[in-house]
Write a protein that binds this ligand. Structure first.
Ligand SMILES: [Cu+2]
Length: 137
């Protein structure tokens, strides 16, 4: 939300500057007031658009963070950064299993449509490599 506002403000500033340049090229006529739209102050650092904990790093036998919290409709991206082969097997609240490939590199994304607690683990390391996603409404 905040990020979109920043982008919009920058967009308006660009349009206002282009308008000034066009008027100058035509030899003026009318004009004035264009400065107000471009006065946006010092640029803030853009707010990250990714929800907190939307990314989980897969190391060797560990997910980081182990516990992720997101809202329904958001995705988690798992990113393989270890050297061994691992996977993500998600147990959904309605008893289904969603499995990523068993791999040593790459990413896997899953969108959590409904609120609830989703436990997941690695098909190779089982109980020794577990994580949980808490999905709120
Ligand atoms: Cu593993």
């Amino acid at each position: 939300m905040f990020g979109a506002q920043v982008v919009l403000r920058i967009g308006l500033g660009t349009v206002a500057l282009a308008g000034v340049a066009a008027m100058t090229a035509c030899g003026g006529g009318g004009g004035g007031g264009a400065d107000t739209a471009g006065a946006s102050g010092p640029a803030n650092t853009p707010a990250p658009t990714v929800e907190r904990n939307a990314r989980v790093t897969i190391g060797d036998n560990i997910y980081q963070p182990v516990l992720s919290s997101i809202s329904a409709g958001k995705s988690i991206d798992w990113v393989w950064e270890g050297s061994g082969t691992h996977s993500v097997v998600i147990k959904t609240p309605d008893g289904k299993e969603v499995k990523s490939p068993e791999q040593a590199k790459g990413t896997f994304s899953y969108k959590f449509e409904t609120a609830g607690t989703y436990d997941y683990n690695c098909s190779i390391h089982g109980d020794r490599m577990q994580g949980r996603v808490q999905v709120s409404q």
